[in-house]
Design a protein around this ligand. Structure first.
Ligand code: MCU
Length: 414
């Protein structure tokens, strides 16, 4: 499979770094969207515009700042660390997420939500198809379906289908810079297709906030997608704090998988997708990422930290044990490790992993329905369910051993 273009001189693209997390009375800005206020006022270490990368062979420590090597000991500091992780992903892997543009308007009519965006004189408009539930009572919870819903539609939940390909194409490596996002920001915008989709999800929510005629409960929004769109769902959940529940399905390497573990799987002879392969296949990642795919240990993060941008909000990782290309051991180990962040936050049950084999790619197996229902019923319907599970049906935990990949301890954040 396609070799990545690679250069020996990485060229990081600096992005602005927020320096403070304000108190409970104000909200801050992370990548252009309002985030949950921090419990206390805290100064955040500033990420330098140029970082000397050093090889980290195991999964990088979620609880140590890259900026100054200090430790995360409080929940307020965790919010600072999330800002840092957000900047790192934008800089090295996904490109820059633009802030909310000056004008975002919309309308709802005949099952279609129209979103109009103007940025400095250039405009785009895109449509979202809305399927309201036939049961339940308004205001309804809703799932934003990245390219279509691949899990069974839950009763009483609206489905908003986002045509992500229209926002940013993902046909193959020639799709770079194509789609409505790039009409607005230019074809050389650094945002990868997945970052452009995340931006689009945020604009949908902007319009929902000013469209009360569409009776949705905006505190109960989920995002889901499968495979490439599962990677996209995870990125959208990571960068949009107004999403309450993120459900990536069979997202594989580049989603729930960690680059380091996927590389190790390939080295062990398993035909697994790696960073080196993926940058030649499609435009899900930024052009800058190609500079790092042959030196994955130099990345100051891995995808356990992409998931950790969601914490303590809810995340259910639905995965498939049976397809080597998806890197089942990588997704299992990476997401099992990500769960430690929810543990540190005292929110273990907000993050679940359900990995089941013996089904086709993106064909949701009926024996996973209970796991899905538990998360939907708790986070979209306010019920009291058991969501404290991190499980695989793979033999012997797929051979993933914590101590091979984790050399840091899990604090209890205060
Ligand atoms: C799992 O997602 C991708 C995978 O990364 C690609 O290598 C493959 O071509 O397509 C998968 C997919 O999106 O399948 C629908």
């Amino acid at each position: 499979p396609g070799a990545a273009s690679s250069s020996s001189t990485p060229t990081p693209t600096p992005t602005p770094t927020p320096t403070t997390v304000p108190s409970t009375t104000t909200s801050t800005t992370v990548g252009g969207t309002s985030s949950t206020p921090a419990p206390t006022s805290t100064n955040c270490p500033t990420l330098p515009s140029s970082i000397t990368l050093k090889a980290i062979s195991k999964l990088p420590d979620p609880f140590t700042f890259v900026a100054d090597g200090s430790k995360v000991t409080t929940k307020a500091q965790w919010q600072c660390r999330q800002q840092e992780i957000s900047q790192l992903f934008q800089r090295y892997e996904l490109g820059t997420l633009p802030p909310k543009p000056s004008s975002v308007t919309g309308s709802y009519s005949g099952s279609t939500l129209t979103v109009n965006v103007n940025n400095g004189g250039t405009s785009i408009s895109f449509s979202v198809s809305v399927q309201l539930p036939s049961s339940g009572t308004a205001p309804y919870p809703a799932i934003i379906a990245m390219g279509g819903l691949s899990i069974p539609t839950p009763a009483g939940v609206a489905v908003l289908t986002f045509n992500n390909n229209d926002m940013a194409q993902q046909t193959d490596s020639t799709s770079r810079g194509k789609g409505k996002f790039y009409t607005l920001y230019g074809s050389s915008a650094t945002a990868s297709s997945m970052m452009a989709w995340a931006w689009g999800v945020s604009r949908i929510i902007d319009v929902l906030e000013v469209t009360p005629s569409l009776k949705l409960d905006l505190t109960k929004l989920a995002v889901s997608g499968c495979s490439r769109n599962g990677k996209g769902a995870m990125v959208a959940g990571a960068f949009e704090p107004r999403i309450a529940l993120t459900i990536p399905q069979e997202s594989g390497s580049g989603g729930g998988g960690c680059w380091r573990i996927s590389d190790a799987m390939l080295a062990a002879g398993v035909n697994t997708q790696t960073a080196s392969e993926i940058v030649g296949e499609n435009v899900w990642f930024s052009t800058n990422f190609a500079n790092y795919v042959r030196q994955v240990p130099n990345l100051p993060f891995d995808h356990h930290l992409l998931a950790a941008l969601i914490a303590p909000r809810a995340l259910l990782v639905i995965d498939n044990t049976g397809i080597d290309w998806l890197g089942p051991k990588s997704v299992w180990g990476c997401m099992k490790t990500a769960n430690k962040v929810w543990q540190a936050l005292g929110a273990t049950a907000n993050m679940g992993v359900s990995q089941v084999g013996n089904h086709n790619h993106c064909a949701f197996p009926s024996n996973e329905q209970g796991d899905l229902d538990a998360f939907i019923n708790k986070f979209l319907k306010g019920q009291n369910t058991n969501t404290a599970f991190v499980k695989t049906d793979g033999a012997n935990g797929l051979g993933f051993v914590d101590s091979d990949w984790v050399d840091w301890s899990v604090p209890t954040l205060t």
